[in-house]
Design a protein around this ligand. Structure first.
Ligand SMILES: [Zn+2]
Length: 186
């Protein structure tokens, strides 16, 4: 059994998760970013939705060659060490979870905390913006749109006061994987 503390947040519209866990003598840290299909350019998303292969010496485990995908170019601490496909079943949107850990030999002398890790998360997300421009979630209708500055509403909602307001029952679990969705906070 291990004890784990999780922090969730968003930076530049990209959800992230930081974890701290203890396992025996290990005080471990990891972080993950969530790459949502609806939020990303479709060619870009296809290039990170990878085909898995059974591992040669452990055929029940599936490996993904993420180093040779755009994920290999993201600024993860010590390089990406986690890739998983989330969602995508039964019509749910596809999400890639990618992350890294702080259990390298060069981490041994360091004392990390969530503030330091969050700085690394921001750099990682900045490195995503260096290669693609994610869309933003409209807080009114729930669609993704190409943002103009700090605008929180999509052009349709901004220009059309009659636009249908997102109702709690319209939200599909998984649309915002890292957030507790609270409605009515326009
Ligand atoms: Zn909208």
């Amino acid at each position: 059994m291990k004890k784990k503390t999780t922090w969730n947040g968003e930076y530049k519209d990209i959800p992230f998760e930081i974890q701290n866990f203890s396992l025996g003598d290990i005080n471990g840290w990891t972080f993950y970013i969530y790459l949502r299909e609806k939020q990303l350019d479709s060619d870009f998303f296809e290039s990170i939705w990878l085909d898995g292969k059974p591992m040669e010496f452990a055929p029940r485990h599936i490996s993904y060659d993420y180093y040779n995908s755009p994920i290999g170019n993201l600024d993860f601490h010590g390089g990406c060490t986690w890739y998983s496909k989330e969602g995508g079943y039964d019509g749910a949107q596809r999400v890639v979870k990618a992350g890294c850990d702080y259990q390298h030999y060069f981490d041994e002398a360091h004392r990390y905390n969530e503030i330091l890790i969050e700085d690394d998360v921001r750099e990682c997300i900045e490195s995503l913006y260096a290669i693609t421009t994610p869309k933003r979630w409209c807080t009114y209708c729930g669609d993704y749109f190409c943002p103009d500055g700090e605008e929180k509403l999509c052009p349709n909602c901004k220009n059309n006061k009659e636009a249908p307001k997102l109702k709690a029952e319209d939200i599909v679990i998984g649309d915002k994987p890292c957030e507790n969705i609270s409605m009515g906070k326009k």
